[in-house]
Design a protein around this ligand. Structure first.
Ligand code: ZN
Ligand code: ZN
Ligand code: FE
Length: 760
């Protein structure tokens, strides 16, 4: 029977995930000759044998590919037969341009975990155990192709045992680049805050003992340092808060298993799956009323953030002795997390009592990702470790590579190639100089590993964003993208929708095309263009940015707009408390001094939170809105009818009737939980009605939801239910955050369309 020969080019996440050994085993099983090779252009396979076997090979390559792999392109052509000695794996070549992808970091797999706790295994309790199916990838990689010399494992020559596994195609560690063992691999060490080594046979056990005694231990992990403290020790957790300069923002915790987490929180099936996924995000879970965790872990919040251990080191730390360990990023409030040993010791010395270090360098900083399940779907709040650099695929091709610069807060950038948009890890708030440095580094690194040289730069319209300023200095063609337009297209793109839709885009701040601040928007549009169908009537923000930090200023602004001079006579707590400052505020507003106007929906949440006396000064971003949501009586289903828009209403919409109703109920001693609920429901209903008006005006039936306000679960659930009840098809975020962390996706798509339209 004549033999035929096929050449396959396979692209996607196909390196460092056990793809070659899989190909090798499959080819041998099917008696095919040829080779498989990792190239910078992806995996190249030539296979020769009877046609029937080749066809089986082709089918099973796709059907049985290893779990961590992801095939994006699969090309095949027949070539003339040649001579091979069986089937072999050829070493990587490292020239040519790359279209192959580095895998994200994955949690330790079940096989490795079993070995970790098997006293007979040669890697018993070895904190860096890994295999082809698990372990570090993105964070230890300096360049492509993904091979040991281009990772931080290059300084650890393998011992003969590891070497044997590495070269044995039948072994789970065949070509596992981070393969290591206690003989040849990275090691942990324990130091005090002066950097002096602490003598111990078992640094991990000693660290556990120190944690048990109430110490704060900085732990070098996968994508950076954590600060760890016993979650049951309120004094220790409070001390960590004091040192970190983080008054009330919740801390995440790590627990050994799902059963343990269930003692603290309600965990639905989808949440269990999310917790246990190899991406291992922090999952926000509803806390049980009687949760034994220290109150200072998440003050004022009905949710607790939990993650399962994801590295072997984490398992060694929590498996036996901790039911819950606070594991918060190793940084001062908004700085990037520390990653290097020397850097960690220097930056975290004021924060930590001890340091559990290791010598496997972290080359890419990557925070824990944060997610929750809402409406049966995963919603990412922070897309980082485990997800990066997996691309988001969109409809259509980018003809011209785009760099999208993101926004200012919760910043992330994006690069495009083909139909893929690669978002960077979470970078943080750029007004922090260290974060801005990290931002620039991330752009360079992503360009490098993806071998993408952008030809167009997309940026936010805000002239004061550092990302905008940076963009304008690059000497490339620019596409300025309105903030809420980017939000709209971001949610359209991840849902594979390219036509016009209605968009309800609600956030705190975004620069409008008229130079004022927007953020309570009903838009109609697609990637090409948009119109502003309706928006919340703007109000002044007395003090500008100060009004974001001090929501009582927004309360004053809304109350002044509602009651005019009558504000003086209002006998409500927020006015009583700030009576002394009132004249200055009102003068600022009257004269328009340092009082930019804003239609931001987030500011309305701030104002109402403050009017109800829930939160007058924000200790962290969105705290007033979060605490307002936490105070809601979820059984309430009433709205303030007088505050709803008329049929046909569009353009500027006043929420002053809503504010007045809230004040009226407050003065009639209606319970806060009921007022808070009615505020949420009414605001949602306002946007449902405006969306219906937009539908009548345009004939469009799809409505896309984006912006940080949609992270409010009560608000989100209600508005989605109502919109669906009205027959709308509702598009929501799942794979990128609804907040500004997802902005770059929309910017990229808009710039791509713009470039195509310009005939490039
Ligand atoms: Zn493994
Ligand atoms: Zn070894
Ligand atoms: Fe935004």
């Amino acid at each position: 029977m004549p033999h035929r020969r096929y050449r396959f080019h396979i692209n996607g996440i196909v390196q460092g995930v056990g793809f070659r050994p899989f190909v090798y085993r499959l080819a041998r099983e099917l008696n095919l000759a040829g080779f498989v090779n990792n190239t910078s252009e992806g995996v190249l396979i030539e296979a020769q044998g009877p046609l029937e076997n080749l066809d089986t090979f082709r089918r099973r390559l796709r059907e049985e590919a290893p779990p961590l792999s992801r095939i994006v392109d699969f090309a095949l052509k027949e070539i003339p037969p040649s001579h091979d000695d069986g089937f072999s794996i050829i070493e990587s070549d490292d020239n040519a341009s790359a279209s192959t992808l580095i895998a994200p970091d994955m949690s330790v797999c079940a096989d490795c975990l079993r070995e970790l706790f098997d006293p007979a295994d040669r890697r018993y309790r070895y904190p860096f155990i890994n295999c082809t199916n698990c372990g570090p990838r993105f964070t230890i990689t300096a360049g492509i192709p993904y091979d040991r010399p281009k990772t931080s494992m290059r300084v650890f020559p393998m011992c003969p045992d590891c070497e044997r596994e590495y070269h044995d195609p039948g072994n789970r560690r065949f070509h596992a680049q981070p393969n290591a063992c206690p003989v040849c691999g990275p090691k942990v060490e324990l130091r005090d805050r002066n950097g002096d080594m602490i003598a111990t046979d078992d640094p991990v056990q000693s660290a556990v003992d120190l944690l048990k005694a109430g110490n704060i231990v900085a732990i070098r992990g996968l994508g950076g340092f954590h600060l760890a403290v016993d979650a049951f020790n309120d004094a220790a957790v409070s001390e960590l808060r004091r040192r970190k300069g983080r008054a009330e923002k919740p801390f995440a915790m790590m627990a050994p298993d799902i059963e343990t987490i269930e003692r603290f929180c309600y965990v639905e099936e989808e949440e269990k799956a999310l917790l246990a996924a190899p991406t291992r995000p922090i999952v926000l879970l509803r806390a049980r009323a009687e949760t034994p965790v220290a109150p200072s872990v998440a003050p004022g919040n009905a949710y607790l953030g939990f993650m399962l251990p994801y590295t072997p080191l984490h398992y060694l730390l929590v498996r036996e002795r901790f039911d819950a360990l606070v594991m918060t990023s190793g940084n001062y409030s908004e700085e990037p997390i520390a990653i290097g040993n020397a850097e960690g010791l220097e930056r975290l010395r004021p924060l930590a009592d001890f340091f559990l270090l290791h010598d496997r360098e972290i080359l890419q900083r990557c925070d824990d990702s944060v997610a929750r399940v809402v409406g049966g779907k995963t919603r990412l709040l922070r897309r980082s470790r485990g997800f990066v650099p997996v691309p988001v695929f969109v409809e259509g091709e980018f003809k011209t590579p785009v760099l999208a610069c993101g926004g200012e807060l919760k910043s992330a950038i994006a690069l495009t190639r083909g139909n893929a948009v690669f978002l960077s890890q979470h970078i943080g708030d750029l007004d922090n100089p260290a974060a801005f440095k990290f931002y620039q580094h991330s752009i360079g690194y992503l360009k490098d590993i993806l071998q993408i040289e952008p030809e167009i730069i997309a940026h936010d319209l805000h002239p004061e964003y550092l990302s905008t300023k940076w963009a304008t200095e690059q000497g490339l063609p620019l596409v300025g993208v309105q903030h809420h337009h980017a939000h709209l297209v971001s949610v359209q793109a991840e849902n594979g929708v390219s036509g016009k839709t209605i968009g309800i885009i609600l956030d705190g701040t975004g620069y409008g095309t008229d130079g004022t601040i927007w953020g309570g928007e009903v838009l109609v549009g697609d990637a090409r263009e948009f119109t502003r169908f309706a928006w919340l009537e703007p109000v002044p923000m007395p003090g500008g940015e100060a009004a974001v930090r001090e929501p009582w200023r927004m309360a004053v602004s809304y109350l002044y707009a509602s009651f005019g001079a009558g504000i003086e006579a209002l006998r409500i707590p927020v006015i009583e408390r700030h009576r002394g400052e009132l004249p200055v505020m009102l003068r600022m507003i009257d004269r328009g001094v340092n009082s930019p106007v804003s239609s931001g929906c987030g500011r309305l949440f701030d104002a109402v939170s403050s009017i109800l006396g829930i939160r007058e000064v924000a200790n962290y971003e969105a705290q007033p809105a979060i605490e307002l949501e936490m105070s809601v009586d979820e059984s309430v289903r009433a709205v303030y009818e007088n505050a709803l828009p008329e049929r046909g209403a569009h353009g500027s919409f006043s929420v002053l009737p809503l504010v007045e109703s809230v004040v009226g109920d407050l003065r009639s001693n209606v319970p806060l939980s009921r007022i808070a609920a009615m505020f949420h429901l009414t605001l949602a209903e306002i946007f449902v009605r405006l969306a219906k008006n937009a539908r009548e005006a345009t004939g469009l039936n799809k409505v896309a939801l984006s912006g940080g306000v949609f992270q409010n679960v009560f608000f989100f659930n209600f508005i989605v239910t109502r919109l669906q009840g009205e027959g709308f098809e509702v598009l929501t975020h799942s794979v990128v955050p609804a907040n500004d962390g997802g902005l770059a996706l929309g910017q990229a798509v808009i710039a791509g369309i713009h470039a195509a339209g310009a005939g490039k």
